[in-house]
Design a protein around this ligand. Structure first.
Ligand code: GNR
Ligand code: NI
Length: 171
């Protein structure tokens, strides 16, 4: 089932998610819904709190259009190693209509569980590394706009306010 993606400034997006304790049928269904919702959007990744579920689950597919899709499901993901720096443009399904460059690590190693409860480790770079950091941030109630400089964040708020005013005036 495609679920509704919560958008800024919904306070649910600021809450910290809790670790998954058991991988049962309802968790399998949650992952199915998240995957469907991510591909429908479409997005590179999705974290459970974006659909209002405060559990530490993320899905990512950072494969290019001309590549076979490669779905990653990570439960209780933790960055265990990070190196290098990147500064790439990010967007977020929960912050529609806004994009900005964000400082991230260029490569990360992430540990977590897969849907069978097996411990997994993912080594990621480029867009996949950024997506892991972006999605794990969501689990801690952090959005990419929280990483912006005060000046850029102010620009973001102005843009948001302007869009709201235009919407109001159009009525
Ligand atoms: O679809 C998405 N694209 C994206 C582009 C650059 C950096 C991060 C992302 S993640 C985003 C989907 C999303 O909001 N996941 O939480
Ligand atoms: Ni996001």
């Amino acid at each position: 089932m495609i679920r509704t993606i919560l958008t800024y400034p919904n306070p649910e997006l600021k809450k910290k998610s809790a670790p998954v304790a058991v991988i049962n049928d309802s968790l399998q269904q949650l992952v199915k819904d998240m995957t469907e919702t991510m591909y429908d959007a479409p997005g590179v990744g999705l974290a459970a709190p974006q659909i209002g579920v405060h559990q530490r689950v993320i899905v990512i597919d950072a494969s290019a259009k001309d590549e076979p899709s490669e779905l990653i499901v990570a439960i209780n993901p933790v960055i265990v190693h990070a190196e290098g720096e990147s500064y790439e443009e990010e967007g977020c399904l929960s912050v529609p209509g806004y994009a900005a460059n964000v400082r991230r690590h260029a490569s990360v190693v992430v540990k977590g569980l897969d849907l069978d409860g097996n411990e997994k480790s993912w080594r990621a770079e480029d867009l996949l590394a950024i997506a892991f950091q972006h999605e794990i941030d969501h689990l801690d109630g952090v959005l990419f706009v929280d990483h912006l400089s005060p000046l850029k964040r102010d620009l973001f708020h102005r843009k948001l306010r302007k869009a709201a005013e235009e919407k109001r005036d159009a009525k």
